[in-house]
Design a protein around this ligand. Structure first.
Ligand code: OFO
Length: 169
């Protein structure tokens, strides 16, 4: 049985994952509008992944006898400046999500909820991977600078980074 404190914290995380999905969807649309197909493909896939993170949490809460709440979301930005700005925002957002997952893990220990603690380890590992991917992309952007040809290659490169992981809901 989940405690009220754990249910509330998991529901907050459900909201963050849903907001992440919306933010990345807005980034995908913006990149597509700018003509960078590779970046758009990557961001659409990221958006789908975040939705999967959200669904995994919803199913877990309901399976354990809690009620997963689908709440109102903050609207994502419309414009993202440059591609460098956009990926910097992505990294910043992932760092925020990692912090939130850490806080959640901490609450499960306080509540002696070892099952949820165990369930959340998947998210801890996922965050390490997502932060690393964002840093790899930012390194590439810093290497190409403002070079147009470089941007074309970068776009193709980012497409290759698009993970094709099967959904694990
Ligand atoms: Fe990238 O955030 Fe989900 O977990």
């Amino acid at each position: 049985m989940l405690s009220t404190k754990v249910i509330d914290a998991l529901n907050q995380q459900i909201r963050y994952e849903a907001e992440s999905s919306q933010i990345y969807l807005a980034m995908a649309s913006w990149a597509e509008f700018q003509g960078l197909e590779g970046v758009a493909t990557f961001m659409y896939a990221q958006s789908d992944e975040e939705r999967m993170h959200m669904l995994k949490l919803i199913k877990y809460v309901n399976e354990r006898g809690g009620h997963a709440i689908v709440s109102e979301l903050n609207a994502p930005p419309v414009e993202f400046g440059s591609f460098k700005d956009m990926f910097e925002q992505l990294l910043k957002h992932e760092l925020f999500v990692s912090q939130s997952i850490n806080e959640l893990v901490h609450i499960t220990l306080e509540e002696r909820d070892y099952a949820t603690h165990n369930f959340l380890q998947w998210y801890v590992a996922e965050q390490i991977e997502e932060e690393a991917t964002a840093r790899t992309i930012l390194d590439k952007i810093n290497l190409i600078g403002d070079d147009k040809g470089g941007l074309y290659l970068f776009d193709n490169d980012v497409k290759l980074l698009t993970s094709v992981k099967p959904p694990q809901v």
